[in-house]
Design a protein around this ligand. Structure first.
Ligand code: RI2
Length: 320
């Protein structure tokens, strides 16, 4: 598939989910690199950067995308010839894809430890990482039941239903606004993440924050399943995660919307859940309270506060 096609499929959400878009982008970079007919290393690097920019422009919120792209491109730094650069990129891309899939297996293993026999769980949207924990707990023989939300406006809840049903897990399908009604029956909320900030706030599908609020009120624990590459290094500098707002036509058809003259349809697709509403973040490196998010950014993404005292430190950073 050509790179622009992958970019288009990410933008349209045909390829979706923070982990999946990261892997698809890295795969696209690798394919693009293989087919690139560059006269020299400088031209090759320039073309690769342009390709990366095209992919980076697709969706602004899931930090897995820039983290994965920067990690892959960082492999070019040490290359001193065009063939070496191409080989390094290929190796790095394969390594990222392999390790990101491994990460989900580890998260499943660690997350399942936090799910007890008899638990009633609630999940929102369609997170591979969160689902992996639920499915692993079921595989271990724990008797569990799940509430899965519809996820307006794109309906990713259906994908979740498919996965849970296929695994043979007893599931209740509810509309998003029914969450509080059922919260007293829920033992544990488990969701994924598109980004985790340095202070442990979690950016995830719109509706996650009110679910966490309702859980907090009902004293129900909330855990987040997130690979380390979903932690956002630039939040150390105070950068905010951009919340993607998509077309209003996803919420109301253009035909119906055209009947109104004074109505604007707003469609933010993510929200921010503060760290204080999250009990635990499950990463492939272990489970940690959200307050320790900085440790992940420093130890596993290689970004430390000390680096930022250097001028131009940011431009030189990579995830090596
Ligand atoms: P995994 C999704 O975003 C959802 O917000 C989901 O919770 C998150 O990515 C993480 O998904 P979207 O692409 O990486 O549906 O765990 O907007 O699969």
């Amino acid at each position: 598939m050509v790179l622009s096609e992958t970019a288009e499929r990410i933008t349209s959400m045909e390829i979706r989910g923070a982990g999946r878009i990261a892997r698809a982008a890295v795969e696209a970079l690798k394919e693009y690199s293989e087919g690139l007919d560059s006269p020299d290393l400088t031209a090759y690097k320039k073309s690769m950067q342009e390709a990366a920019d095209t992919l980076l422009a697709t969706r602004p919120t899931a930090v897995s995308l820039p983290n994965a792209i920067h990690y892959t491109l960082a492999s070019l730094k040490a290359a001193d010839s065009l063939p070496a650069a191409r080989a390094a990129l290929r190796e790095r891309a394969d390594e990222f894809i392999r390790s990101s899939l491994h990460a989900i297996e580890w998260i499943a293993e660690i997350g399942a430890r936090h799910i007890s026999d008899g638990d009633v769980l609630l999940t929102h949207c369609n997170s591979q990482a969160a689902l992996a924990c639920i499915i692993e707990a079921h595989r271990q023989g724990k008797e569990i039941e799940v509430y899965a939300t519809e996820v307006r406006p794109r309906g990713q809840g259906l994908l979740t239903l498919q996965a849970l049903d296929q695994a043979g897990i007893r599931t209740n399908y509810i509309i998003d606004s029914a969450v509080r009604h059922f919260m007293n029956e829920i033992d544990l909320v488990i969701v994924g993440a598109d980004a985790v900030t340095v202070n442990g706030a979690v950016v995830n599908k719109i509706g996650t924050a009110p679910i966490a609020l309702a859980a907090n009120e009902a004293r129900t624990n909330v855990i987040v399943a997130a690979e380390t590459y979903k932690f956002a290094p630039l939040t150390i500098l105070g950068d905010l995660i951009e919340i993607e707002e998509r077309s209003g036509s996803e919420v109301l058809s253009e035909e119906i919307a055209a009947r109104f003259r004074h109505v604007t349809i707003r469609n933010p697709v993510f929200d921010v859940t503060p760290a204080s509403y999250i009990d635990l973040i499950i990463t492939e490196k272990g489970a940690l309270p959200p307050g320790l998010a900085y440790v992940i950014i420093r130890d596993y993404l290689g970004w430390s506060i000390e680096e930022f005292s250097k001028p131009h430190g940011l431009d030189d950073r990579n995830t090596d």
